[in-house]
Design a protein around this ligand. Structure first.
Ligand code: FES
Length: 106
């Protein structure tokens, strides 16, 4: 089972401003949505662009390249030109620390 990785203190990740960390070459974006934390791979499944930098509307991020919309909570692609979900990662709060787990290889 993958280790939990501390990515930030809770007060570092504010609503609307994700924090991106590099975990073994994979960029993981951590979001605060109404006090709950979510992590998705910072990659658009349409053409591999970074999602961060795109507009955030509630729990949706809009790819800044061609406008595909993704659910931050589930990773689901919500609109063309993306049709496949981006990867999600488990997130937990340990004291004042935010941790993610890269479970892709478990
Ligand atoms: S790279 Fe994201 S919509 Fe094209």
């Amino acid at each position: 089972m993958a280790d939990w990785i501390t990515v930030a203190s809770a007060d570092e990740i504010t609503p609307g401003i994700p924090k991106v960390i590099d975990v073994d070459g994979t960029l993981i974006a951590v979001f605060n949505i109404d006090g709950e934390y979510y992590a998705i791979e910072d990659v658009c499944t349409h053409d591999g662009g970074l999602l961060t930098g795109g507009k955030i509307e509630c729990d949706v991020i809009i790819c800044p390249r061609h406008g595909a919309r993704f659910c931050i909570k589930t990773g689901a692609a919500l609109s063309a030109p993306a049709y496949e979900a981006t990867t999600t990662f488990p997130v937990r709060v340990q004291g004042a620390q935010i941790q993610v787990q890269d479970t892709r290889w478990d």
